[in-house]
Design a binder for this molecule. Structure first.
Ligand code: FMN
Length: 186
């Protein structure tokens, strides 16, 4: 797909099916992510890839977090939470590995860099005919999930990128007029 078309027309795909993207496609996604803009070359990125039983383990962690934050949750609710990662054959958790107290690169810049890496994954997925959906939900900010994924104190989960074969048609993206967003000082 031509680069400008991809940038103008990228769309999320919530309906995702198997088969799991192959290793070559995944490597291409990561290589795109690893070109995220990165002040001082800190490479503040970490990726955890879940597929197969890995998705079950992530679902278990989500259910544990739900039970912790909502002790009223019954088994039916927990089971529905447990199944959430199964909405895709593969998920990549994108984590900002943040070094605090750097004079020139405050934490927000490191998190932004990881956000750019996440967007690169989403774009590179669509460029290869895959579908992708960036999700956070409450789980990205939950202490149980953070601990389960091994985050350090200042790290952040910037997203769970759900990936797979598109299970439907990509929606036609809304047309937005740059003039509504851009102020020119010329
Ligand atoms: C940081 C971040 C977190 C998001 N979390 C969720 C989420 O938890 N659930 C959801 O339905 N969409 C979430 N979205 C939005 C979707 O990824 C998507 O952008 C939105 O549905 C609009 O579709 P589009 O990307 O095709 O314009 C999130 C987006 C970002 C950037």
């Amino acid at each position: 797909m031509e680069a400008m078309t991809l940038l103008h027309e990228r769309s999320s795909m919530g309906k995702l099916a198997g088969p799991v993207p192959d290793r070559e496609q995944l490597d291409a996604l990561y290589r795109a992510a690893l070109r995220a803009p990165d002040h001082k070359e800190l490479m503040p990125w970490r990726f955890i890839e879940f597929s197969g039983t890995g998705l079950d383990r992530l679902g278990e962690l989500f259910a544990e977090s739900e039970a912790h934050s909502n002790p009223q949750a019954d088994e039916k609710q927990l089971e529905s939470t447990r199944k959430k990662p199964k909405r895709a054959p593969l998920i990549i958790a994108v984590i900002a590995r943040v070094t605090p107290d750097l004079a020139k690169v405050p934490p927000i810049e490191q998190v932004l860099s990881a956000g750019c890496a996440a967007h690169a994954i989403v774009l590179a997925a669509q460029a290869q005919g895959l579908g992708a959906m960036w999700r956070t939900g409450s789980f990205a900010f939950d202490p149980v999930v953070r601990e389960g994924l091994g985050l350090a104190e200042h790290d952040a989960i910037v997203g769970f990128i759900y990936l797979g074969q598109p299970g439907g048609r990509f929606r036609t993206p809304p047309v937005r007029d740059p003039a509504d967003f851009v102020e020119c000082w010329s």
